[in-house]
Design a protein around this ligand. Structure first.
Ligand code: AMP
Length: 279
């Protein structure tokens, strides 16, 4: 497995893969890899001849007061894990390589970015869309793999790729969970043992909601309130949002008929955790 830090190097690597007639798969990450990331890479390996993983803690998607400086980083560990699942190359640029002085261009996806995490993290999806657009341009990938754990993010990327006529197929990989249900996240390292236990309220409340829908409940407001009440029972948890929208359009719903996205963001200690389920 190769590790590249510059755009010129990764471009040359892609050029050589193309000469061999390889299809290219890209897995964008911020590193500090876990099983969720590895699952994206395994899917990419199944589907593509050459798999590139980007590891870049993208400053433009963090707001003031968020955890940009303290976000966990460990390139050696990440490289060993990625190599273990057969990744061909890691692209790990420094911030100045992606945003050199004078940098002025951003991608703004409208409407679907106004709700859920977009409402609580102003500018977050602008940063995400911008860096992913740049990665797509740098790697010229055929396929890109994203996790359903960040449900709104995948929708934003799909919207951007369609709107800007990008020749990339965006593939969604189901959320990978710990044995007790907690969605895997690099930010789970922020949790102490007591907070880690409290964090189970995210997945358990989603499962309760799914069970209610399975039992015939269709009233979105009732389901939403059930989830809010369950999370409020956990004293260490502070709700950012609990919302139900139609999926994938993210329109308001009163009655759950077709697919609906139940998504939540909850603060526990200094970790802001998100999770979701399709009802
Ligand atoms: P991140 O490094 O947190 O920006 O995540 C990089 C990619 O991995 C994104 O597409 C995430 O949606 C995906 N991802 C993160 N956690 C999980 C998980 N538990 N299951 C599946 N995909 C995940």
């Amino acid at each position: 497995m190769r590790i590249f830090h510059t755009i010129a190097e990764i471009r040359e690597f892609v050029r050589q893969a193309r000469v061999k007639g390889h299809s290219i798969g890209l897995v964008p990450t911020m590193g500090y890899l876990h099983e969720g990331h590895l699952e994206l890479m395994r899917q990419a390996k199944k589907q593509c001849d050459t798999v590139i993983v980007s590891i870049f803690v993208n400053p433009t998607q963090f707001g003031p007061g968020e955890d940009l400086a303290s976000y966990p980083r460990d390139l050696d560990r990440d490289a060993a894990m990625a190599e273990g699942v057969g990744v061909d190359a890691i692209f790990n640029p420094v911030a100045e390589e992606i945003y050199p002085s004078g940098y002025s261009t951003y991608v703004d996806v409208e409407r679907i970015t106004e709700k859920l995490c977009g409402a609580f993290r102003p500018g977050h999806f602008r940063g995400v869309a911008t860096v992913v657009a740049k990665l797509f341009n740098i790697v010229k990938t055929d396929y890109a793999f994203f996790g359903q754990k960040d449900a709104q993010q995948v929708l934003v990327i799909k919207r951007m790729a369609a709107d800007l006529n990008m020749e990339v197929e965006v593939i969604t990989v189901p959320t990978v969970r710990e044995h007790d249900g907690l969605a895997m996240s690099s930010r789970n390292v922020y949790l102490d043992p007591e907070q880690r236990q409290a964090a189970l309220c995210l997945s358990s409340s989603l499962n309760r909601a799914a069970a209610e829908v399975g039992a015939g409940e269709r009233n979105a407001a009732k389901i939403r309130q059930l989830v809010i009440d369950l999370i409020k029972d956990e004293p260490l948890a502070g709700i950012d949002y609990v919302e139900i929208y139609s999926y994938p359009d993210l329109e308001p719903v009163e009655l759950i008929k077709g697919s609906a996205l139940l998504a939540l963001a909850v603060k526990i200690g200094r970790a802001r955790l998100i999770d979701n389920i399709i009802l």
